[in-house]
Design a protein around this ligand. Structure first.
Ligand code: NI
Length: 156
């Protein structure tokens, strides 16, 4: 496995739409493992492939220790409720803001096993799923933020 370089806001690639993954081959499996390692190393709870310079519809999310979701071609199929909580992004370092997200989100995706899966997440998981899927459309959390937080409002 290898730690990958995280693309930062200002790089035009973050504004591009990612392409579907057609075949789950060794390159995709290696990319998935590298993305998990990169996310953990950066203390993040999610990472999209575009953030490591690959315009593929693939994200990793880990809101529970040692339980990463690796989602290929993910689609949100259900949204319920509402939450306004603090959010950040590994591509937008040292900036936090309150976003308006659904409380509970159900995502359908293809796993590394090539099979279709669905997962439902609430709270932080719901936010993370929405945030990472936005990256696949070239959207950053700062685009739709309710308000940015001052550094002294952020709990360390
Ligand atoms: Ni992000």
């Amino acid at each position: 496995m290898a730690k990958l370089n995280i693309v930062k806001d200002g790089d035009p690639i973050l504004r591009k739409k990612s392409r579907p993954v057609e075949v789950i081959d060794e390159r995709i499996k290696t990319l998935a493992a590298d993305m998990v390692e990169t996310m953990r190393d950066a203390n993040g709870c999610g990472l999209a492939a575009v953030q490591v310079g690959k315009l593929r519809r693939m994200v990793v999310v880990e809101v529970e220790e040692n339980k990463p979701y690796i989602m290929i071609n993910p689609v949100i199929i259900k949204r319920e409720g509402n939450q306004q909580e603090a959010e950040g992004c590994l591509s937008v370092p040292n900036q936090w803001g309150i976003t308006d997200r659904p409380m509970t989100v159900t995502v359908r995706y293809t796993g590394l096993d090539g099979k279709e899966h669905t997962v439902t997440g609430s709270g932080l998981a719901g936010r993370a799923f929405c945030h990472e899927l936005d990256h696949l459309e070239g959207v950053l959390f700062t685009d739709n933020v309710v308000r940015m937080l001052d550094p002294d409002e952020v709990e360390s």
